[in-house]
Design a protein around this ligand. Structure first.
Ligand code: FAD
Length: 475
């Protein structure tokens, strides 16, 4: 009887999992599943402890779902990728594994790990890798010259042309196998800092992820464009933590959206298409990563921006992290992320822009800090978002477009409901003053336990423009 091993990485689900599905096609095979935790690697990449906790919770659901199919989830912890590969080679020998199945990861380190493993297993184990975490694989959406697009809109248009012809069906979970009951050993905690995840907000597991997806597509997707920029509302799906660890697949998102909104591809000004558009930004950033691996090394896409003279991260950076900059929308957003691990997209843009353009701190500092906090930390999306806000990325906001944190707050949280939820010190500040509470406090001769703005936006804006222009001239 051949033994098939499915190595789960960031695809922690049983439904629509291409590697798992392929491994289960042969009814005569013995199928084993495996997860290897690599805390040393996670620490090197600043993975948020709460994301590790979320993975651990999700693994427990995965273990139960696999056990219901009579598939055992084996589990191992070691420091890094090299140790994981060495252990895996020995495990394959011990278990007489004939074929290893896995879904590809596209970050450079992960690709190098897999290439090394295939070499180590050559002649012993057949490796079958699948493109699973995107609607269309990297390298499949290119310009007439066969190159990756640098601009999103033409990428999206080409993507949509290919998408309609591609096989995007979701695969079912495998049927229970005739291989008897399997043991379910408790999964030892990760040797990694612990941080609780709010299970009411983000219940773990693929069932919870699917329930959220269904509810969103049915009830909220049609209104997405009207609500998506209002952080005080729950107008977005909040499925990013599930997509980031693969508890949900983008095909499941696309298919569910189409089932609920069958005319979405024709109605391009509708909410459902608007939401699909966001899923395609996710695709864009991953395709970019594969086309330009230097992005995996935190290099700016626009070379001359390397010469921008960044300020050393100091107490202003610490205040940004803690949500004490004196700009209420920035502070509310940072506190939302610090407390829950999730931040609204509009606010990610505002807080990132503020760090880079108002404090002129290197975007990589912010990128790293976000990773330490986010439940949905995802290298490609985070790097793409930061390079967009910092004007260092391809198809990024131009360097001379600088968000004003006060007017951004006025526009997207007019009444200050979101601000008051996260910055309780401002509870009594009236609506008319909520975006500039220090002025109100001065006029009313009140003392607020809240700082005055740490920088004057107009001055910071002018200096940042000069710094970018100098860098461009001298490059
Ligand atoms: P929805 O609005 O419901 O969108 C659906 C899905 O589309 C999201 O779950 C996500 O997978 C994808 N998506 C939406 N917007 C984007 C985008 N701009 N770029 C790429 N994919 C997108 N997203 C992450 O998943 N992980 C990150 O680490 C991350 N870091 C970011 C950092 C910055 C500075 C910025 C500006 C954006 C970042 N994003 C990141 C993108 C985006 O903010 C989140 O995906 C989104 O807020 C998640 O909420 P949601 O699931 O409710 O999104």
């Amino acid at each position: 009887m051949p033994t098939h091993l499915v190595w789960f990485r960031n695809d922690l689900r049983t439904i629509d999992n291409r590697a798992l599905h392929a491994a289960c096609e042969d009814p005569a095979a013995r199928v084993l599943a495996l997860f290897i935790a690599t805390p040393g690697q996670w620490a090197a990449h600043s993975m948020a402890p709460r994301q590790a906790s979320f993975i651990h919770q999700t693994l427990q659901h995965l273990q139960a779902a696999l056990a219901a199919k009579n598939i055992e989830l084996c589990y191992h912890q070691c420091d890094d990728f090299a140790a994981a590969n060495a252990w895996l080679v020995a495990f394959c020998r011990e278990q007489q594994v004939g074929t290893l199945f896995y879904n590809r990861q596209y970050e450079l380190n992960e690709q190098q790990r897999d290439a090394a493993l295939e070499q180590q297993l050559a002649g012993q184990v057949v490796c079958r890798a699948f493109d699973d975490s995107l609607l269309l694989p990297p390298g499949s959406v290119t310009t007439g010259n066969g190159e990756m697009y640098k601009v999103y809109t033409p990428f999206r248009n080409a993507f949509l042309r290919r998408l309609t012809a591609a096989d995007t069906r979701s695969l079912p979970a495998p049927r229970p196998r005739e291989q008897g009951d399997v043991p379910r050993h408790p999964l030892a905690p990760f040797d990694y800092p612990q941080q609780a995840v709010d299970e009411a907000q983000f219940p773990a597991g693929e069932e919870a992820a699917l329930a959220r997806l269904r509810a969103f597509c049915r009830e909220q997707a049609p209104d997405y464009l009207r609500q998506r920029d209002q952080p005080a509302l729950s107008g977005t799906s909040q499925i990013s933590p599930y997509l980031a660890i693969g508890a949900l697949s983008p095909r499941q998102c696309f298919n569910r959206l189409q089932a609920e909104c069958p005319r979405m591809l024709e109605q391009r000004d509708g909410g459902a298409f608007g939401w699909l558009n966001e899923l395609l930004w996710r695709e864009f950033y991953r395709h970019l990563l594969v086309a330009w691996p230097m992005l995996c090394k935190h290099q700016p896409f626009i070379r001359w921006t390397r010469f921008v003279p960044w300020h050393t991260p100091d107490e202003a950076f610490e205040a940004w992290k803690q949500g004490r900059t004196g700009y209420p929308i920035v502070d509310a957003a940072m506190r939302q992320m610090n407390q829950t691990g999730w931040m609204h997209n509009r606010l990610r843009m505002i807080t990132a822009s503020y760090l880079v353009k108002d404090l002129r701190i290197d975007w990589r500092e912010g990128e790293r800090y976000f990773m330490t906090q986010l439940l949905d930390g995802d290298y490609a999306a985070n790097n793409g978002g930061w390079q967009w806000a910092a004007s260092t990325g391809t198809d990024a906001t131009p360097y001379f477009r600088i968000f004003n944190p006060t007017t951004q707050g006025e526009r997207y949280d007019k009444q200050g409901d979101f601000i008051r939820r996260w910055v309780p010190e401002l509870a009594e500040v009236p609506e008319s003053a909520i975006h500039q509470p220090h002025r109100w406090a001065r006029e009313q001769q009140r003392v607020l336990d809240y700082p005055a703005p740490q920088v004057d936006h107009a001055t910071a804006r002018r200096e940042t423009l000069e710094a970018f222009e100098d860098a461009r001239r001298h490059a």
